[in-house]
Design a protein around this ligand. Structure first.
Ligand code: SAH
Ligand code: SF4
Ligand code: F3S
Length: 433
C-alpha cells in the first residue's frame, strides 16, 4: 500500500512528516507515491499565517473527487492547524470526507487511529491538550539526506504576541542530551553529512543541567566529517558562550539564523520579544568580532498593528546595519487567540504591501551584493540534490548559500569544492575545482 504526505510550514513540520512516514510504514504503507496513486494521503498542516491555512484548505478540498472515486482511500489531516481551537470541527464540517483528524500532540497515536478508522465507517478525531513530550519512540523515514533533522526541544514558552506556535505546540520541553547524542551519532555512522538541531528556540534548551552551548559542543565532538547546524535562535537568549562554541569547532556552520522581526523598539515591545534593536545589533557585532566570516539570516514582520512609517524605517535601517545575507519577510497575519490579533491599529493592506515590497527590494539588493563577492572564489559545497530542470547538481556552503554545478556522476552526499563563476540572486553557479 502506498502513501503520500503533503507538508506545510517549518523545518519542524518537515521532520514531523518524516516521522509520519515512519508510522505509516509500520501501519503497512510501505511505499511513497504520487497523490493520485496513494492509498492514504496525510496533510501535515501549518497555521503560522493565514495563507498557510488557505493553502491547506484548497488542497484538501481538491481531493473530494478522488475520494468519491476511490472510497478506500484514507485522508488524514494533522499538524498545527488541526490543533487550533475549533479548527478540527471546522475542517470536518467543510470536508466531511476526511477520515482522520489528529492534533500535534496526537501524532504518536496515528497508527492506532488508522486501525480504528479501518474498523469503522465513522471518521476518527483525536485532538487533545498538550502532554509532556520528550521521547516519542518513532523511527522517521528520512527524506532530507545528506541532512538529518534532530529535535532537541518541542513547543515554545515565549508567547511573542503575534505567534500561534505556543498555543498549538504546547509548552517547551527538552529531550535528554544522551538521547540527542545517541541519535546524532547513529546518523553520522549511517552516513549523514549534516545534522540540524531543531527547536522553536534552541537557546533555551536545558535538561538535567545541560544547556544549549554545552549540548552543541557535545554534538560537535562526535567524530567524523559532518556539518552541524541549529535553528532557531532567539536574540533574548543569545550568549557569549554560544559564540565561543561556534568559534571553537569547524564542524559548526558559521551561520546564525537570528530572527529580529522588527527594527523598532516600540514594536519589539508590543511583540513581546524582550530585547531592543541595540541589544540585537550588539549581539551581531560580538558575533562578527569573534567570527568575522559568520553570516546572519533573519525573519522580519512588517505591518504589525500600529506600525508607523517611522517604525518601518527603523526596520530598514536595521537591515542595512545588520548586514544579513538573506531574510524571510512576512506581512503580519492576525492569528485568533494571540494577543496581537485583538490589538488596535491594524495596518491597511495597501500600506502593508508597499512596505513589504520595499523591504524585499532592500533584502534582495543586500543578498545580490554578497553573492557577487563570491565570484572567483572557491567554496566547499555539500551536494544535496539534482535539479532536473536545470540539469545541475546543487548544494549549500556552510553559510547556507546555494551553489549549482555540472557533474558527470552523482555527487549527492559528497563535499565538493566549487569555483564560483557567476551569481544570480541568492544562487551561485560554479565549476568543480
Ligand atoms: N520559533 C521560530 C520560528 C517561528 S515561525 C522563531 O521564534 O523565530 C517563523 C517566523 O514566522 C517567525 O520568525 C515570524 O517572523 C513569522 N511569523 C510568526 N507568526 C506570524 C504572524 N502571525 N504573522 C506574520 N508572520 C509571523
Ligand atoms: Fe513563535 Fe516567538 Fe515561540 Fe518563535 S519564539 S515560536 S515567534 S512564540
Ligand atoms: Fe511550524 Fe507552522 Fe506549526 S511554522 S510549528 S508548522 S504553525
Amino acid at each position: 500500500m502506498k502513501y503520500h504526505i503533503v507538508t506545510y510550514g517549518c523545518q519542524m513540520n518537515l521532520h514531523e512528516s518524516e516521522k509520519i512516514a515512519g508510522i505509516l510504514k509500520e501501519a503497512g504503507y510501505g511505499e511513497n507515491s504520487s497523490i493520485e496513486e496513494a492509498d492514504i494521503i496525510v496533510f501535515n498542516t501549518c497555521c503560522i499565517r493565514e495563507n498557510a491555512e488557505n493553502h491547506a484548505f484548497g488542497n484538501i478540498g481538491a481531493l473530494k473527487k478522488q475520494k468519491r472515486e476511490n472510497p478506500n482511500l484514507l485522508i488524514a489531516v494533522g499538524g498545527c492547524m488541526v490543533q487550533e481551537e475549533g479548527k478540527a470541527k471546522l475542517l470536518k464540517e467543510k470536508f466531511p470526507f476526511i477520515d482522520i483528524l489528529f492534533g500535534t500532540h496526537n501524532l504518536p497515536e496515528l497508527k492506532s487511529l488508522i486501525e480504528r478508522k479501518r474498523a469503522q465507517r465513522k471518521s476518527v478525531i483525536s485532538v487533545t491538550e498538550a502532554r509532556e513530550r520528550t521521547e516519542d519512540g518513532i523511527s522517521p523515514v528520512r527524506t532530507s539526506y545528506p541532512n538529518a533533522w534532530v529535535n532537541i526541544t518541542y513547543g515554545c514558552n515565549n508567547f511573542c504576541s503575534y505567534c500561534i506556535v505556543p498555543y498549538v505546540r504546547g509548552r517547551e520541553c527538552s529531550r535528554r542530551a544522551e538521547d540527542i547524542l545517541a541519535e546524532a551519532e547513529a546518523l553520522i555512522r549511517a552516513g549523514y553529512k549534516e545534522i540540524t538541531l531543531l527547536g522553536q528556540n534552541v537557546d533555551s534548551y536545558h535538561c538535567e543541567g545541560v544547556d544549549f552551548p554545552e549540548l552543541l559542543e557535545r554534538v560537535a565532538q562526535i567524530e567524523g566529517k559532518f556539518r552541524l547546524r541549529f535553528m532557531t535562535s532567539h536574540p533574548k537568549d543569545f550568549s557569549e558562550r554560544l559564540v565561543a562554541v561556534m568559534k571553537k569547532y569547524d564542524k559548526i556552520c558559521k551561520h546564525l539564523h537570528l530572527p529580529v522581526q522588527s527594527g523598532s523598539n516600540r514594536i519589539l515591545g508590543l511583540m513581546n520579544r524582550r530585547y531592543t534593536r541595540e541589544k540585537y545589533l550588539s549581539e551581531i557585532a560580538l558575533l562578527k568580532r569573534e567570527i568575522p566570516d559568520c553570516e546572519v539570516t533573519t525573519d522580519l514582520i512588517v505591518a504589525f498593528p500600529t506600525e508607523t512609517e517611522e517604525d518601518f524605517q527603523d526596520t530598514l535601517a536595521l537591515v542595512e546595519e545588520a548586514d544579513f545575507s538573506s531574510a524571510f519577510t512576512f506581512i503580519f497575519s492576525p492569528r485568533t487567540g494571540t494577543k496581537a490579533a485583538t490589538m488596535e491599529g491594524r495596518i491597511p493592506e495597501d500600506v502593508a504591501k508597499d512596505r513589504i515590497t520595499r523591504l524585499i527590494a532592500l533584502v534582495n539588493a543586500k543578498t545580490r551584493e554578497k553573492s557577487a563577492k563570491y565570484v572567483g572564489k572557491t567554496i566547499e559545497i555539500l551536494c544535496e540534490d539534482y535539479d532536473e530542470k536545470k540539469g545541475l547538481y546543487l548544494g549549500r556552503d556552510e553559510y547556507g548559500r546555494m551553489g549549482y554545478f555540472e557533474s558527470e556522476r552523482d555527487r549527492r552526499g559528497e563535499f565538493v569544492n566549487l569555483k564560483i563563476t557567476s551569481a544570480n540572486g541568492i544562487s551561485l553557479y560554479g565549476e568543480l575545482d
